[in-house]
Design a protein around this ligand. Structure first.
Ligand code: AMP
Length: 277
């Protein structure tokens, strides 16, 4: 496994990789969710590149950029075990040198849900992902269903800008208690971790309603809200039942529909989702 820290070095080692090249972009503090992406990339490609970069431009001014968890040594040990070929770990100034002034912006699907709650978030995501794609030149890039809207946005960017790669979706990896694995779970104390299972309970309820023939989106939202209001440590940011492609809110549920939610447990903002098919 090679660790490269500059864009020039990444481009040089890229020239020697056997095609196809699988790429997994991450912000580090890796867990089994990230490793599921790496394993799929490993299974499908002779060459695997993983990037670790905490992208400052996707964090709002009041968000957790400064305290986002980091453990590069542990990350490298995990990636070594997964037989990663290249780890790209650039510094912030390499990615955003002074006077950096170009941005990639996807409209519409970025304006709701996470985009509405976190202004500028997706502009940061699409800009850094476009830069990473240009630097790494992957054949396939792997993203988690955990960040469902991010996947919709990235697929739209790739289609609209004719980017020459395939986007692969990996199902959400969960803790034994159902909660989606996330680097941000590290912020939770034991009581908050228990409270955080309410997100999974809410999306499981939505799934059950759907399987029983429930087609009324507003009824589904209200049932989820009622359930989550019973958890005193949870404060709801949004609950959405939307078209899985356009992210338009639905009245009548037509599959595939994306049920997604964002909830704060203490100061920690968590998201989860399920696709109704
Ligand atoms: P992050 O480091 O949070 O930017 O995540 C890097 C990639 O891992 C993204 O494509 C995420 O969607 C994916 N990911 C994060 N958590 C999970 C999870 N629990 N299951 C599957 N993929 C995940």
């Amino acid at each position: 496994m090679k660790v490269v820290e500059t864009i020039g070095a990444m481009k040089r080692v890229r020239l020697e990789l056997t095609e196809p090249v699988g790429f997994v972009p991450t912000m580090g503090y890796l867990h089994e969710g990230h490793l599921a992406l790496v394993r799929q990339a490993r299974a499908e490609n002779p060459s695997v590149v993983v990037s670790i970069f905490i992208n400052p431009t996707q964090f709002g001014p009041k968000e957790d950029f400064d305290k986002y968890p980091r453990d590069p040594e542990h990350d490298l040990a995990l990636l070594e075990k997964e037989k990663t070929d290249i780890v790209f770990m650039p510094s912030e100034v390499k990615i955003y040198p002074p006077q950096f002034s170009s941005w990639v912006e996807v409209r519409k699907v970025t304006e709701r849900l996470e985009g509405a709650s976190r202004p500028g978030h997706f502009r940061g995501v699409t800009t850094v992902v476009a830069k990473l794609f240009n630097i790494v030149q992957p054949t396939k890039a792997y993203f988690g269903q955990k960040d469902a809207q991010q996947l919709v946005v990235i697929k739209k960017m790739v289609a609209d800008l004719n980017m020459n790669l395939e986007i692969v979706t990996i199902p959400t990896v969960r803790e034994p208690n159902g909660m989606a694995m996330s680097s941000r779970n590290a912020y939770l104390n034991p009581e908050q971790r228990q409270a955080a299972t309410v997100l999974y309970k809410a999306i499981s309820l939505a799934q059950r309603l759907w399987l029983r023939g429930g087609r009324d989106a507003e009824h589904m939202r209200q049932e989820m809200i009622t359930l989550m209001k019973k958890e005193p440590l949870a404060s709801i940011d949004y609950v959405s039942v939307a078209d899985a492609k356009t992210l338009d809110e639905l009245d009548t549920i037509n599959p595939p529909a994306l049920v997604s939610l964002a909830v704060k447990i203490g100061k920690t903002r968590l998201i989860d989702n399920v696709v109704l098919e």
